[in-house]
Ligand binder design. Structure first.
Ligand code: 13P
Ligand code: SF4
Length: 339
């Protein structure tokens, strides 16, 4: 397939889809014909989650891609997730829907700066959150996700010196629950860093008995008022098992789709963000995740582009810390929803 220059410029296949095409049935037909499988993160739009073969958090998506026998993996999420799939499955074609779907957290840590930081902290092992580029993972001893960070940090001897990056809020949370003093990289996510404490407290007043669910990428004041702190899958599981009728959810609002499907009789309220129009985004949606649309999914499958490539030397180094994470996390029940 010849990739058009205009697609390269835009970062996705920008072709009109004829109005008589039934997107859902065509997407499923192409998956069957090409032995392709669609993975979606909980933060993507509901219709993208609904057509996917597997929906999950970062850990579940990595666990799944490590064992698929599909020829093509279509990752509806953000770029680092596609890279993780490619690193774990170098022989497979890994497609994403839009090369512009990055991650502000991954962008907050580049490999050259991390390399200098590591030199400034001799004798430290490096623990990186999965929301990082392949080049950062290549400098890392072990990768973690928010589902398994505590388990993996606990696997190090208590006196082991550790650097943790790039999310400072997750790092501080793990320090507090493990009693460690990891050196933290000063990075963060633009969505999780923006929730309004005042607005959440007001919602709590309006809904006595509501439980507050918080992702560990949120700052400490938001974590302090949480009834539970967990990964997207952890928060989803809690909302299913807990008896409360109302939940205030402080993570990307895409997760509410799965929460409402799993517990249709419960009420889920997205935690409001601060009014921060001046920095360009004042929403509880990840603009990168929302670049995954049904039309792009159709075109990506049809033209088998954009394809993720990872430099061979980088991939050879990056695969080790990811596999180490998967090995340590074997005991964790996969939080993936498969259909
Ligand atoms: P999870 O590990 O909970 O899937 O989080 C991924 C992410 O991007 C959080 O912002
Ligand atoms: Fe990255 Fe934040 Fe979007 Fe998650 S929500 S993918 S951390 S920008």
């Amino acid at each position: 397939m010849l990739v058009k220059d205009s697609w390269r410029e835009k970062g996705y296949v920008d072709e009109p889809v004829p109005s008589d095409v039934d997107l859902k049935s065509e997407i499923r037909r192409m998956c069957k014909e090409k032995n392709a499988v669609i993975l979606a993160h909980y933060y993507t739009d509901g219709e993208v989650q609904d057509i996917a073969d597997f929906v999950g958090d970062s850990l579940a998506l990595a666990q799944w891609s490590a064992k698929t026998d599909a020829d093509i993996i279509v990752m509806c999420g953000v770029h680092f997730m596609g890279e993780t799939n490619k690193i774990l499955c170098p022989g497979k074609k890994v497609l994403v829907l839009d090369l512009n779907a990055g991650c502000s957290l991954a962008d907050s840590c580049n490999a050259d700066d991390l390399s200098k930081f590591i030199d400034e902290h001799p004798g430290h092992k490096v623990v990186s959150y999965v929301n990082t580029t392949a080049a950062v993972k290549a400098l890392t001893d072990v990768v973690v996700t928010s589902s398994n960070a505590k388990l993996i940090i606990d696997s190090f001897p208590q006196d082991e010196k550790l650097i943790f990056g790039p999310d400072k809020n997750l790092g501080a949370y793990i320090n507090s629950v493990t009693g460690r003093d990891m050196v933290l990289w000063n990075g963060g996510c633009h969505v999780h860093g923006q929730f309004s404490l005042e607005a959440i407290l007001k919602l709590k007043e309006e809904h006595p008995g509501a439980k507050v669910l918080v992702h560990p990428e949120c700052p400490a004041p938001i974590q302090k008022i949480a009834d539970v702190i967990g990964s997207t899958a952890g928060l989803l599981n809690y909302s299913v098992k807990d008896d409360a009728e109302v939940f205030i959810v402080a993570t990307e609002s895409g997760i509410l789709h799965e929460m409402r499907k799993a517990s249709p009789d419960k009420t889920f309220i997205p935690a409001p963000p601060e009014a921060t129009e001046t920095i360009g985004c004042s929403c509880n949606e990840c603009s990168f995740m929302k670049l995954n649309t049904m039309r792009k999914l159709y075109n990506t499958l049809k033209y088998e582009w954009p394809e993720i490539e990872v430099d061979k030397d980088v991939a050879e180094k990056a695969v080790r810390p990811i596999e180490k994470m998967l090995e340590i996390s074997k005991s964790l029940k996969s939080a993936m929803s498969s259909k």
